[in-house]
Design a protein around this ligand. Sequence first.
Ligand code: IMP
Length: 198
Amino acid sequence: MRELIFATNNKHKLEEVSQLLLGKVKITSLAEAGLEGEIPETADTLQGNALQKAQWVWERTGKDCFADDTGLEVEALGGAPGVYSARYAGEHCSFDDNVNKLLENMQGKTNRNAAFRTVICLIENGQPRYFEGKVEGCILTERYGKGGFGYDPIFMPDRFAVSFAEMPLEVKNQISHRGLAVKQLVQYLDPAKHPPEP
Ligand code: IMP
């Protein structure tokens, strides 16, 4: 089975992606790869951040690896927080701080349309390649559910009547931005379509 290092310190992302890649790709965490420290993400695009995170691992290990970067794009806020979703309420803020700030900024807004977008950067033999996934939905007026992470309690995907935080992980993974991007990664890695290089 192919082995890839996943460049994330986010245990929720690791759990989601591990479930999606189960039996298809063996994921190595940063800890298992002997890497520690904060991975920089200072670019101003999702693609740039995904590349920066994957490159951080590639430069230290020379092993095939991937990273994801995700943004929540809210129509009424002109696409914010977007690429700045992690630091929306300031440097070193918590998931809760970010949710509070978004709920505050959305007070009184009737247009609640939003989308999560994920870009995955795979570095294979030193070459980057990108995969993207997007899910549309709306921002709720308060938190619902205890599952998931980040903005999950206030995001309800289209065609569902519950927030991401109220769904079992398997359901979120089937429809989510990250799930869709990982599906494309899996398709690309399918040895029938893309034989590994010797
Ligand atoms: P990053 O990809 O780790 O930079 O994520 C940016 C921000 O979006 C972080 O604050 C995450 O909590 C949030 N985020 C990323 N993925 C998800 C998700 O699947 N659901 C909810 N929030 C997310």
